[in-house]
Design a protein around this ligand. Structure first.
Ligand code: C2G
Length: 131
């Protein structure tokens, strides 16, 4: 079984996230999503609208996703890859080059980010619509 892993906050789930997960799943047979906890989001300078449990439940409902685990820190990726026997590490290409060091452990693939959609843009357009 070829295992793929990806990481993220996945707040206000949108089609950019879904297209990332869809393409990540095609790279293997089993897709693990390491989901940023609320505490780690604070470290990332992000405040998610939905809680970790709410975001986890939504990801687990996606047919491409086989397992959701918590992402609690920047350093866990190496352990995750060996613990879960991961063959492919995938991220959107806004992270291009940032995780190349993992290529000694597994394939590292950066997928093109879906243009014109982001959690931030959703929040700001809703904010301006309500004014
Ligand atoms: N993404 C995408 N297209 C978009 C928006 C997001 O392909 N329009 C991808 C991102 O590139 C990322 C994934 O969807 O691979 C999740 O995006 P975020 O929730 O914003 O994740 P991020 O905050 O970048 O967290 O340790 C890594 C971090 O946890 C990544």
């Amino acid at each position: 079984m070829k295992k793929v892993i990806t990481y993220g906050t996945f707040d206000l789930l949108h089609y950019g996230h879904i297209l990332l997960l869809q393409r990540a799943k095609i790279l293997g047979d089993y897709l693990i999503v390491a989901l940023s906890t609320d505490e780690f989001n604070q470290l990332k300078g992000k405040s998610a609208y939905f809680t970790y449990d709410e975001r986890k439940m939504m990801l687990e409902a996606i047919k491409y996703v086989d397992l959701v685990i918590p992402e609690e820190n920047w350093e866990q990726k190496t352990n995750d890859i060996s613990r879960w026997d991961v063959d492919v590490f995938v991220m959107g290409d806004d992270w291009k080059g940032k995780f190349d060091q993992l290529s000694t452990l597994c394939d590292v693939i950066y997928l093109s980010r879906t243009p014109d959609i982001s959690t931030t843009s959703i929040k700001s357009s809703l904010q301006s619509a309500s004014q």
